[in-house]
Design a protein around this ligand. Structure first.
Ligand code: MN
Length: 286
């Protein structure tokens, strides 16, 4: 199944891409794709609905905004330097264990929303990544069973302000957490329908390709990451793990390339669709 959310920010409703490719409003059949939905067997309920019932649901108007494909999660856990060539381009050593950091859940945004540069940002960068949405509570999960805890997969752009990340007192959280710095979607592909090791990621800025790599190049694969994270914190249904970006970020260029208002960032993943954002300056509106 492919699930998406649509509507104004904070008031999104659940949608489903039917087998015939039409976008259906399933809000009469399902709760929103949030912690309680996943925790209460919402995916299984949706899957059990007959195709004829889905086909009778209203079509989502093409003018509707597409929201992030999951409601704001309790946690967004990110993995740093999880591709060898990306670690090399940042001048860093290969990690001996997964390098984890958190991105503020308030950074979540829709896959086609503008990305807004904070007023003092000068080094904004892109990072296309495979996102993993957790389906049930996970603590101290063995690697062999880790995929049983996955609801599905999606695309994440882990936008990063390198100046905040590197020049403003250390630690990565500041550079990762601005509003709109975490577009998620366009849709969630349920775990039964995608092999997380067989996704090709790519990203372009102003139609120039900057990133392209297969997720099989990850240093720590998805089962390893879920097991690892669950040893340090409980993963809740709806939580998002962003699994790291491959080489080709702006910071890795010589000289570096950073985003400016007017730039267009476009990316995709095989089986996961495509998303794009326009870069805009902060306007002062709250
Ligand atoms: Mn990242």
């Amino acid at each position: 199944m492919k699930l998406f959310r649509f509507g104004a920010p904070g008031r999104e409703r659940p949608g489903l891409i039917a087998e015939d490719g039409t976008l259906r409003d399933v809000s009469a059949l399902s709760g929103d794709y949030a912690e309680a939905f996943f925790a209460s067997g919402g995916l299984e309920r949706l899957r059990s609905i007959e195709a004829a019932v889905i086909a009778a649901c209203p079509i989502v108007d093409a003018s509707e905004r597409v929201g992030p494909c999951v409601q704001r999660p309790c946690k967004i856990v990110c993995v740093g330097r999880n591709y060898r060539a990306h670690a090399a381009e940042t001048g860093a050593e290969l990690p001996s264990e997964p390098l984890l950091f958190m991105k503020a859940p308030s950074a979540l945004s829709g896959p086609f929303d503008d990305v807004v540069l904070p007023p003092s940002a000068t080094k904004a960068d892109w990072e296309v990544e495979l996102g993993v949405v957790i389906g049930r509570e996970a603590r101290h999960v063995p690697r062999e069973r880790a995929l049983e805890y996955v609801a599905g997969y999606t695309l994440v752009n882990d936008y990063t302000e390198r100046g905040f990340q590197r020049d403003r007192g250390g630690q990565w959280t500041k550079g990762k957490s601005a509003d709109t710095f975490c577009p998620v979607g366009p849709y969630l592909v349920t775990a039964d329908a995608l092999d997380p090791a067989a996704v090709e990621l790519c990203l372009s800025v102003n139609d120039v390709e900057r990133q392209r790599a297969p997720t099989r190049d990850m240093i720590f694969d998805v089962p390893t990451l879920i097991a690892y994270v669950s040893d340090f914190m409980t993963l809740l249904p709806g939580d998002l793990i962003s699994t790291g970006t491959p080489e080709g970020v702006g910071f890795g260029h010589k000289p570096p390339i950073f985003l400016a208002p007017g730039d267009r960032v476009s990316y995709g993943g095989s089986g996961l669709g495509r998303a794009n954002q326009r870069v805009v300056a902060w306007s002062g509106a709250s």
